[in-house]
Design a binder for this molecule. Structure first.
Ligand code: NCD
Ligand code: ZN
Length: 350
């Protein structure tokens, strides 16, 4: 049980079940921002070139561990990028040897660095069958990519045209629908009683599409899946604060430098690692649901991934507004930190 009073909240140390750490200079700059508060994270494999094989994941994990500053502890849980050439045996070995915790499915062209993703789902059937057999989770970027489908409808269309058929053909496959943004996804996940969970990001609990587009375009709020109408944001908050074990935090913190975001065709991604726990505490507090924060950030995710919850704790204290730098410096350029648009009163004290 979390210990709560008006001023402090102590919860088990959180984990992030969907995180982009990148590589090189960017990795070195963003990793401490996550490791400061989070014990573990599911690391997205969409590097260029992507992390496809067990060997790629092992090499990338080593680079992450090397980039961790002295005195910090953090466990990266690696994922393999599913391609139409992925070898089921390589995937199975990566899982059984503890090198990879999950496989990531990007429909080809759905988002940043997804060109090597899947077009023909029949070609990945042997991999999905193997994963179902060994209990390895599949993380899916749940958006269709057809130019004919409106960008705001791509998640709902994915559920009907891709996810339902996959689950019908392979009911034993354990799936995480990543960064859900719609009431449709919340309803679908709630309706399923086996082998399906969903992650929800910090920013999708806070912004709707007006924040991106009304009164001037805000590139720092542009990410994929794109934020939807307010009714969908409210459905996401209801799911996150419900305590339902099928919903857990995946920040999708996805750093891009400001020059990469602020241009005529800017990159998708919100960088929320530094202030995520303060933002979430504010959201849960405003909803009268602080007692459910621990389930969302620290308990439901490990339960789905069959891992123990962390034994260490973090403490959040309520007080005068806490400020975070508006940008962090990286040797590749500045990266803007997510601005929730309201004051944050909860600071992580230890
Ligand atoms: C992510 C990225 O930048 O890698 N961008 C994003 O908008 N979320 C990719 C992703 O998770 O879709
Ligand atoms: Zn992502």
């Amino acid at each position: 049980m979390p210990s709560t009073d008006d001023r402090t909240l102590t919860i088990r140390r959180p984990d992030d079940w969907h995180l982009h750490l990148r590589d090189g200079n960017m990795l070195r700059a963003v990793l401490p921002e996550t490791a400061r508060h989070f014990a573990r994270a599911i690391i997205m494999p969409n590097l260029v070139p992507p992390v496809v094989t067990a060997q790629d994941a092992l090499d990338y994990r080593n680079r992450i561990v090397e980039a961790l500053p002295e005195g910090m502890s953090f466990t990266p849980l690696m994922t393999l990028y599913l391609t139409e050439e992925t070898d089921p045996e390589d995937v199975a070995q990566a899982y059984e040897n503890g090198i990879a915790a999950a496989v990531k499915l990007y429909p080809a062209g759905a988002t940043t660095n997804s060109a090597s993703g899947v077009t023909d789902f029949n070609k990945v059937r042997p991999v999905l069958d193997k994963m179902a057999e060994i209990g390895m989770p599949l993380c899916v970027h749940g958006e269709v990519t057809s130019p004919a489908i409106d960008i705001f409808d791509r998640e709902a269309a994915f559920i009907d045209t891709v996810l339902k058929p996959i689950r019908k053909k392979n009911p034993d496959l354990r799936i995480v629908m990543e960064h859900i943004t719609t009431q449709d996804a919340v309803d679908y996940v709630r309706d399923q009683h086996r082998n399906l969970a969903a992650t929800i990001t910090t920013h999708h609990l806070i912004i709707n599409r007006n924040h991106i587009l009304a009164g001037g375009i805000k590139p720092h709020y542009y990410c994929l899946p794109v934020a939807k109408r307010e009714q969908h944001r409210i459905a996401l908050v209801q799911a996150a604060i419900s305590g339902d074990k099928r919903f857990f935090l995946g920040t999708d913190s996805a750093p891009h430098t400001d020059p990469a975001k602020l241009q005529p065709c800017g990159c998708a991604g919100v960088f929320s690692a530094p202030n995520t726990m303060s933002c979430l505490a504010e959201v849960f507090d405003a909803a009268g649901a602080l007692s459910k924060l621990e389930a969302f950030t620290s308990l439901n995710g490990p339960a789905f991934y069959n891992l123990p919850a962390n034994t260490e704790t973090i403490t959040l204290e309520h007080g005068d507004p806490v400020t975070y730098p508006s940008q962090i410096h990286t040797d590749d350029g500045p990266v803007t930190v997510f601005d929730p648009g309201f004051p944050l009163h909860w600071r992580v004290t230890d």
